[in-house]
Design a protein around this ligand. Structure first.
Ligand code: SIN
Length: 356
């Protein structure tokens, strides 16, 4: 009896060990990690350095090696696309990255892509990819708020969750996702809301798509706007994007910045206006001059939530303006750049703002 009991305990322990494995060895998805830098690849002078560290120091292979758990849940390989802090992100890096994402996802043996990225502009890169990736396969953009050398660095768990998400069939067709802090957000809606805390990423009022828990995604909603494989934008032959600048709204603003942007070659201006994208009386002549030159003017809001109402705070039909719908100014800039690669017609551009 004693022997049988011992065998039962031993076999239960073995079964328990197998149950702890999140994914069966022969069912591992193939995930490619494209690295671009950021704090997730950053290092500090000490383990308590959480500001004043250097972003974009570790290479992609070092990051993968630092999370051995990845190999248990996916066949992972990495490529270094850039090595920058994301405040230095450019249109050129976006085009290079997007082309590589499309190439990699076109490979039959790739199930999903993870992009490691600085958090400062992660929402912009994610939204750009959301509009130009030509695949329903999962694309997950991930970063970290603490450098890799910090106590309780968030990079390793964020990377682990991102790889699980990118390898999950449940994540197919959800558009580009931003996943940090166990939360999955849609590229269109996510924004950084705190300069330094690990829970900085929110989709204000819309909410998360879902959570990462117990080694798998749990989805609760989807973004309703067109994206990825359903998008009309094609960057495959582009080497640059039209210049679009953002003009910030504030009390006592004047037209100096807007005029300078147009003189520098801007084909479009996004005003991050006060309130419902309101236009100061002294700015309306600048808007009219811009339109006379063929420059597209988009009214967005600096508020961060809500719809900028067409023909609300300005007569958009009469002035031939475009409204950003609910897009923040930084995302409206991206959609306008891509829109301008196809048309300068304001009605057509407005359609795009109500579609994406
Ligand atoms: C960056 O955006 O590259 C620096 C900040 C960060 O990644 O959190």
């Amino acid at each position: 009896m004693k022997l049988k009991l011992k065998m039962l305990i031993a076999s239960t322990a073995v079964m328990g060990a197998f149950a702890a494995q999140p994914v069966l060895a022969d069912a591992k998805p193939h995930v490619v990690i494209l690295a671009t830098g950021g704090t997730i690849a950053g290092t500090g002078a000490t383990s308590t350095t959480t500001v004043g560290y250097t972003a974009a120091k570790l290479g992609v292979d070092q990051m993968i090696a630092s999370v051995p758990e990845l190999a248990k849940v996916a066949d992972v390989r990495g490529e270094q696309v850039a090595q920058i802090a994301s405040e230095s992100m450019t249109n050129e890096v976006w085009l290079k990255l997007a082309k590589r994402v499309n190439e990699v996802l076109a490979q039959k043996d790739v199930d999903g892509v993870v992009i490691t990225h600085g958090t400062d502009t992660i929402e912009e890169t994610a939204y750009f990819l959301n509009l130009v990736v030509k695949s329903k396969k999962p694309v997950v953009v991930v970063g970290a708020m603490r450098p890799a050398t910090a106590i309780s660095a968030d990079g390793p768990i964020n990377l682990y969750n991102a790889v699980l998400l990118a390898g999950s069939k449940d994540a197919m067709g959800k558009g580009v996702m931003v996943a940090l802090n166990d939360q999955i957000n849609a590229a269109r809606e996510v924004t950084k809301t705190n300069t330094s805390t690990a829970d900085t990423f929110k989709s204000p009022e819309m909410g998360v798509l879902g959570y990462m828990q117990d080694n798998k995604p749990h989805f609760y909603r989807m973004s309703t706007r067109k994206n990825t494989a359903d998008s009309e934008f094609d960057i495959s032959k582009l080497n640059s994007l039209p210049r679009v600048d953002i003009v910030y709204g504030y009390a006592n603003m004047d037209r100096v910045a807007m005029d300078a942007d147009i003189a520098a070659g801007a084909q479009g201006i996004v005003q991050a206006g006060v309130g419902d994208g309101s236009v100061a009386a002294q700015m309306m002549p600048a808007f009219r001059d811009a339109r006379k030159k063929g420059v597209i003017v988009v009214r967005s809001s600096r508020v961060g939530n809500g719809i900028v109402a067409r023909n609300g705070e300005a007569n958009d039909d009469k002035e031939d303006l475009v409204v950003s719908d609910t897009l923040t100014a930084q995302k409206a800039r991206i959609l306008l750049m891509l829109g301008l690669t196809k048309t300068h017609d304001t009605k057509e551009l407005q359609r795009m703002f109500y579609t994406y």
